[in-house]
Design a protein around this ligand. Structure first.
Ligand SMILES: [Zn+2]
Length: 152
């Protein structure tokens, strides 16, 4: 699963590649909630998050990851990491992977593994596709800011 085989074959557009998962997931969630068509959402909300074993798993409460579409929250499926000799699992560090790569949401900053995690996070602030997708600005936000300026 973690290498993109197995369950990944069940949906045609899925492609798994190592990346900075937190950036890829952040951009994915923005894409699904703000830009995806109804047909895309049907597929995308089935993309699983891969979890590594955590040494205190019995005590930990994992915050589920999901997407909100038209006011309805959908949890993404969870899959346990089954990569042999995975360092995160064997040392009980835990964490997650979300390496579903797609030009619709994956920022370039998430793919350059020569960067440090900090460098990738900084690059992710830039506009897509270098950085993560951003939520669209509400149409009336500029007008509201102007109105506040006038009020004060
Ligand atoms: Zn693992």
């Amino acid at each position: 699963m973690a290498d993109g085989s197995g369950a990944a074959g069940s949906v045609s557009r899925r492609r798994w590649r190592q990346c900075f998962s937190e950036l890829n997931l952040d951009s994915f969630l923005v894409y699904v909630a703000n830009y995806a068509s109804a047909d895309e959402i049907v597929e995308l909300k089935t993309y699983p998050v891969v979890y590594h074993r955590f040494r205190y798993d019995e005590l930990a409460v994992r915050i589920p990851v999901g997407v909100t579409v038209d006011g309805v929250w959908h949890a993404l499926p969870e899959v346990a990491c089954d990569a042999p000799d995975c360092l995160r699992c064997t040392t009980g560090r835990g964490g997650f992977q979300f390496c579903w790569i797609d030009g619709r949401w994956t920022p370039e900053a998430a793919l350059d593994l020569t960067q440090t995690r900090f460098e990738a996070a900084m690059a992710a602030q830039n506009a897509f596709p270098e950085g993560c997708l951003k939520r669209p600005r509400p149409e009336n936000q500029v007008a509201q800011a102007f109105a506040l300026d006038v009020a004060f």
